[in-house]
Design a protein around this ligand. Sequence first.
Ligand SMILES: [Zn+2]
Length: 452
Amino acid sequence: MLYRTYRPQKFSELVGLDTVKNTLLSQVKSKKTGHAYLFAGPRGPGKTTTARILAKAINCENPKAGEPGGKCSSCKQIREGRFIDLIEIDAASNRGIDDIRALREKVRLAPSSGKHKIYIIDEAHMLTEPAFNALLKTLEEPPAHAVFILATTEPHKLPDTIRSRCQRFNFERASVALIVQKLKEITKKEKAKVSDEELEEIAKAAGGGFRDAETLLEQVLTGGQKVEELVGAARLSDLGEFFEHLLNKRTSEALFFINNLYGKGVEMENLTVRILEYLRDLLLIKAGVGDELVEVGKEQYSKLCQHADAVTAPQLDNMINKFTQAYEYMSQSAIPILPLEVAVVEIAGGAGEASASKPAARKPDKQKPVKPNDDQWLALMAAVKPLNHSVEALRRSCRLGKVTARTLTIQAFYNFHKEKLENPKSKTVLGAAMKQVFGRPLQLKVELTKNK
Ligand SMILES: [Zn+2]
């Protein structure tokens, strides 16, 4: 596991977090560490990693300028996860009742092998009230040998009485640049060749978390997966672009966006989930809880905030409803992309409507229902035009039928047109155009239809 191999073992190995590491380093160096710490911040930047480094530094037999030396038995045992005086409690798993009870019983006992007993309580906000009370009693009179490190993504959920007894450290979201820097160090050590652009894609997809970024990188290095396959499908940054299309009523751009991904073989259900996740993030930010609940990188977060400001609550509500509906219809749809296209058209409005018109009372025009496929058809014909005018001239005599992963069907209204489309020259021209529009080679089928 790359994540374990390259997990920082010293303060200096932490990427970013300058204030946190400098303060802790100088505390350890001057032997002025506290008894209770609160590590607050979103998932990802390294709260528990920092907690373990701190545990090592204060227990180390040969610390160097505040850093753990790494060679003594305490350092080794902590690194291997078998140091008896480091107790990690995951408050999320059983809400900490038994653990805190055990903690109260044992905390007074002197450490078995180290200098200090360290308690790391992860997701501390999940503790129950009795557990908080028990913890508070211990924090009020902590034994000299005990150090508590509470890590949480939601510091506001901790009682004031607990918070006020802790030294608080804020862990900020890592920027994409910082994550790239870390990934670069890893690829260098692994002697792997991954381009800077690809590392950036991975960092963006990981949304501000080192661990997720390293897991993705590992999949690329060991599984031989292409970065594009892994993360390119529905990059968050791209979804921002898609959202802007919707918000600004750019229907055709939004349709091209999803069709382009469809062409690349992206599962439409997955895409819909990603879109809904994006909208959920906006909802959480609008509700004022984005800082705690939205897990993305710094740049992405500020972009999300801009979008949350730009969209009204009813608009957002409408989008969430429409895409949820699309998701429900998807499993029954003959054309997987169609429900998504319908949602786009319903949200952004039909093609050809002026983008400046009133956004609120917008309803699809009843007289001329917009078929989402029309956009694909027009795009296909636009791609044909420079190659062959006579094929493009068939635009009004045919229409687009079913598009599957491998085939594309054109429906012709007259046999004359059908034959024309089926001649080798037209097939070549259409083949090139289909590849351009749908991003994959498709087999052409032409069928005769009576319904104009
Ligand atoms: Zn040591």
